[in-house]
Design a binder for this molecule. Structure first.
Ligand SMILES: C[S@@+](CC[C@H](N)C(=O)[O-])C[C@H]1O[C@@H](n2cnc3c(N)ncnc32)[C@H](O)[C@@H]1O
Length: 269
């Protein structure tokens, strides 16, 4: 870098769960003026369409055990692009700080003294819950909500405090839980959560491919085996999941959705 090159800036941007209209206005503006965009697997084409035609696009998508680029390489890439004076958007699905490893990149940017900003996004739990008519909390039913990951590094078994997670008054939202759904449901029941507790799994929430699978803790594995939801899938466990029958179905009949077909899958699940 020559002495006169001004250091650029990195924006860690939340791309939301898929529907481009769920982007924040700030994310939309910054995406529309980026020099370069480094994006992962969960970013929809509709969101990428906002990026200027002349901007550099770098896919660094990650899939379990099939990482396109290691996390350290992604962080190093952001540092080097910003050092060469570019405005770089690191575009992540949902919110960068909810199971998005945004903080790991932020730490590397701090170390390299690169200016950066975090633009929050709608996390999958909020997007999925809204689109299927399931509130994450509800007075008298769920006085709290927990977001947990249902996946650990491939060489590490799931290590969760099942007793504390098996709380009937708290909604449990499991990200990345599809591969371990059998173990998760069995452990929660073993820890005392009622086997009739309602569960809803949502695939590709807020997109035109959204699908849902409604079940209970006991029936979830079998239903998922039959319905074969496509990833990404989010699992919402708790009494609130039962409200999909009331709120989700009524949203359709009241015409409250922009795209009724998206929500039909809830009613028919
Ligand atoms: C690595 S985490 C990223 C979470 C993201 N940062 C967020 O805030 O939503 C990936 C997991 O998020 C969930 N997920 C993300 N987008 C989703 C969507 N549109 N529909 C369902 N689940 C989604 C799935 O559980 C997926 O396995």
């Amino acid at each position: 870098m020559s002495n006169s090159t001004k250091i650029g800036k990195v924006y860690l941007v939340g791309g939301g769960p898929g529907d481009p209209e769920l982007l924040t206005m700030k994310a939309h503006r910054i995406l529309g003026s980026a020099d370069a965009v480094v994006y992962d697997r969960l970013i929809s084409d509709a969101v990428l369409d906002i990026v200027p035609a002349g901007a550099t696009r770098i896919f660094v998508g990650k899939k379990t055990s099939n990482h396109t680029m290691a996390q350290e390489e992604i962080s190093a890439l952001l540092v080097s692009m910003a050092t060469s004076g570019r405005t770089v958007v690191r575009l992540k699905g949902g919110d960068p700080y909810v199971f998005g490893r945004g903080s790991e990149e932020a730490i590397e940017l701090v170390r390299a003294k690169i200016p950066f900003e975090v633009i929050p996004g709608i996390t999958a739990a909020a997007g999925a819950a809204a689109s299927i008519g399931v509130p994450l909390t509800h007075r008298g039913m769920a006085n709290g909500v927990r977001f947990v990951t249902g996946h650990c590094r491939s060489d590490i078994p799931l290590d969760m405090n099942w007793k504390s997670l098996a709380d009937p008054n708290t909604t449990l939202v499991v990200y990345m839980g599809l591969a371990n759904v059998g173990e998760i449901t069995a452990q929660l029941m073993h820890a005392g959560l009622d086997c009739h507790t309602p569960v809803v799994a949502v695939s590709r929430a807020t997109t035109s491919e959204q699908q849902t699978c409604r079940a209970t803790l006991t029936t979830l594995v079998e239903k998922l085996n039959t319905e074969k939801l496509k990833s990404p899938v989010l699992i919402i466990i708790g009494e609130v999941a039962g409200l999909a029958d009331i709120i989700g179905s009524e949203m359709i009949s009241l015409g409250g959705s922009d795209d009724d077909e998206d929500i039909q899958s809830v009613a028919s699940a």
